[in-house]
Design a protein around this ligand. Structure first.
Ligand SMILES: [Zn+2]
Length: 66
């Protein structure tokens, strides 16, 4: 899948997120609508990986801040 990042996501998180998305084996297209783009949003400290087209959420990651 192509991955679009919310502009608020810190640059140094992106590589790690791409790795995590890869490990989830989401596949090449959305199982709901068949789109091939993921959108990575950030809300407070939660990363939400969802389909860019239909908004189906594939993955939520809580950021720990130490
Ligand atoms: Zn979709």
């Amino acid at each position: 899948m192509n991955v679009l990042f919310d502009p608020d996501i810190p640059e140094d998180l992106k590589e790690e997120l791409l790795k995590t998305i890869e490990e989830e084996k989401i596949g090449e297209i959305c199982k709901i609508c068949g789109a091939n783009t993921l959108y990575v949003a950030i809300i407070d400290k939660i990363i939400d990986v969802k389909c860019y087209e239909c908004g189906y959420s594939y993955l939520e990651i809580e950021l720990s801040e130490e």
